[in-house]
Design a protein around this ligand. Sequence first.
Ligand code: SF4
Length: 369
Amino acid sequence: MITRSPALLQRSDNGDKGHNSCGQHEAKETPSSDGTTLLATPPSWQAQLTGAIRDPRELCRRLGLDERWLPGAEAGHGLFEVRVPEAFLARMRPEDPDDPLLRQVLPLGEESRPTPGYVADPLEEAAHTPAKGLIHKYSGRVLLIASPACAVNCRYCFRRHFPYAENSPSMAQWEATLDTLRDDTTIHEAILSGGDPLAASDRRLAWLVERLGEIPHLRRLRIHTRLPVVIPQRIDDALLAWLGGTRLQKVMVLHINHANEIDDGVIAACARLREAGVTLLNQSVLLRGVNDSIEALAALSERLFEAGILPYYLHVLDPVAGAAHFDVAGRRGPRTGRGPCGGAAGVPDAAAGQGDPRRGEQDTAIAPS
Ligand code: SF4
């Protein structure tokens, strides 16, 4: 017997499991003490954030990976910690080390191998950080580090060595940054970045966005985030209240690299964002063994359009130390300073369309190391 509780997702008594294909987003049946079956409300996004897998052994165990992957996973984890939320894990194929989502988050021993040209700060952001949490690299826009944390740790992230501890402003420092923006009338766009800016609380984000909206020459708010993809429940009423309420033009740049990342939960979250007047764009990184084929990129574009997201950038990998194994060798184009969730991206001067990323011309297999 199924007992409905008021806060639950809909589930019909004829066994309909709801509209989400990802089990993570479905109501779960929980046996109760009286023998009935309760439907458990899915965990809040905050609970999913704190409950993310942070142990390489656990990641390997949950996906049924061979023990041979463990030493490499633990070595890579020592350099940049594992973080994988359950909702993202649920979209991976068990027992498949080649799964394109897993490859983005599974640490490998290769990460500790020094590679010439691969450095800690490939975009030289340290030279463009005039104040804590403020990166000003391009004219007309600034980037604010709104949160040091991410929902998922992507192994290729160009900010994997970023000194977040030195870039977490106090309230007084935020005020000083806002004064700087107010005094510089050439700035028309503020980019919230991180980490993942949506890992910050709604209270903090509402405050920051309201203050930005008070600066008359600011026209646009851009948010670079992966959270609506990896934990779609992040797009809730509280977020839509502050985001929908700002006078600023709203652009959200998502970061999706493979079609399998877009499940029904992501599509529903995107629909809510569009209803709130948010323009949705996507940036991807060309990653060896993840999306380095015409077929994978075409499928990604199709799926993005289905979700109402416009493909915006396809970046070549930034040469960050620890990520060389993701490079699609010999296919690099010009690097201009942009990147995953946190990139200070500009107009399409990056890597869009570089080379011919056909898979099969090189060995893309990975092995435990
Ligand atoms: S900033 Fe974006 S790309 Fe980097 S680890 Fe966080 S979610 Fe991944």
